[in-house]
Write a protein that binds this ligand. Structure first.
Ligand SMILES: *Cc1c(COP(=O)(O)O)cnc(C)c1O
Length: 367
């Protein structure tokens, strides 16, 4: 067996998975637990898959301490699908307030406009999505059907480390949180949440699986045109089996949840996220301006770190050298440019140390 490690993969999503999980899945590919079947080949209604599904949901509920009055739904459609599914289920065609802090929440506002009266409660567009509008400055309308927040903007790298308390801000609306890119890297204060959703491909598993956490009292609001397969009440009533769920995605997610529990759970992930983020931002800030992350320090994401080289003509050389050093997928999103390092749960601190070593070395050679 080779003792060399796989390259470190900094993709924003689909993203790195724990190597242990990939090895387990590979070992079980042809025959899951002596069943004679691979997971992809099983009926979703058979006892084998039902066991996989139930364990995944139980472990997820435990990891995030999800209260009993929240349903956990395993759906399809991704984060952008939820941009339509949420207003179809919750808006009642009424007022929806959206906090725009980057590309994803901007898309959420645009999609919700098809179904609801959308107002932008706050926006950091004027500063290129680098600030983090304080909740006390948000313009919230009384009687809004919900308030939408993307608590970590994956492209622009702006994170709300703490969810706002809408009631304390004088709003009676439920908070909808797109937590696609920080889910399971920190706890969630469920007392402040009406609904949370997350595409799996950032911090959980394969693209295609979408997790929805929805408070029981919000199940009765769907517009009549809402497709049945996307109606939370229907999906909840059928235990996420109204139609065939993304079975393989649920299986891999379940393996990731078990891995997280072995690692020490969400609290340990949060500690590691702090350590990794401090290391990386420290290197960028300490580079004497060779590199720069432009996000206001209090709003810097612990998961997605966009950065720029002062001399952008070095971008191609930077990326080529990174690839050679076993550091993959560091190119920034096309709408922002520059670089981006995503350092999700499955990225070990050694990967960030290797990146920092490369950052320093590259700056020494070209500075
Ligand atoms: C990736 C991402 C999405 C979009 O997910 P899709 O699965 O491509 O629809 C939405 N919101 C956030 C915060 C994301 O990171």
């Amino acid at each position: 067996m080779s003792t060399t490690h796989r390259p470190y993969n900094f993709s924003a999503g689909p993203a790195v998975l724990p190597e242990e999980v990939l090895r387990e899945a590979a070992a079980e590919m042809l025959d899951w637990h002596g069943s004679g079947m691979g997971v992809m080949e099983m009926s979703h209604r058979g006892k084998e898959f039902i066991a996989i599904h139930e364990a995944a949901e139980r472990d997820l509920r435990e990891l995030l301490a999800v209260p009993a009055h929240f349903h956990i739904l395993f759906m399809q459609g991704g984060g952008l699908g939820e941009n339509a599914i949420v207003p179809l289920n919750l808006s009642r065609g009424g007022a929806v307030d959206v906090v725009v802090t980057g590309a994803w929440s901007k898309k959420s506002a645009g999609e919700a406009r098809k179904y609801a009266d959308v107002a932008i409660a706050a926006s950091n567009e004027a500063d290129g999505h680098t600030s983090r509008p304080a909740p006390s400055s948000w313009q919230l309308r009384r009687g809004a059907s919900y308030v939408h927040l993307c608590s970590n903007e994956t492209i622009h790298g702006v994170e709300y480390g703490e969810l706002p308390d809408l009631a304390a801000l004088g709003s009676d609306a439920p908070l909808v949180v797109d937590c696609s890119s920080h889910i399971l890297s920190r706890g969630i204060d469920w007392s402040r949440v009406g609904l949370a959703f997350a595409g799996a491909q950032k911090n959980i598993g394969p693209a295609g699986l979408t997790l929805v956490f929805v408070r029981e009292d919000l199940l009765d609001r769907a517009l009549p045109i809402c497709p049945s397969a996307f109606e939370y009440k229907t999906v909840a009533a059928h235990g996420s089996m109204f139609n065939t769920p993304p079975t393989y995605g649920i299986y891999i997610a379940g393996l990731v949840f078990q891995w997280l529990k072995r690692q020490g759970g969400v609290a340990e992930m949060s500690r590691r996220a702090d350590a990794k983020a401090q290391l990386l931002y420290g290197a960028l800030d300490g580079s004497g301006g060779f590199y720069a992350n432009k996000v206001a320090p209090e709003g810097r994401s612990r998961m997605n770190v966009p950065f720029f080289l002062r001399d952008e003509s070095l971008n191609d050389a930077f990326l080529a050298g990174a690839r050679e050093a076993g550091l993959l997928q560091l190119k920034g999103h096309k709408s922002v440019g520059g670089m981006r390092a995503s350092i999700y749960n499955a990225m070990p601190i050694e990967g960030v140390q290797a990146l920092v070593g490369y950052l320093n070395e590259f700056a020494r050679r070209h500075g």
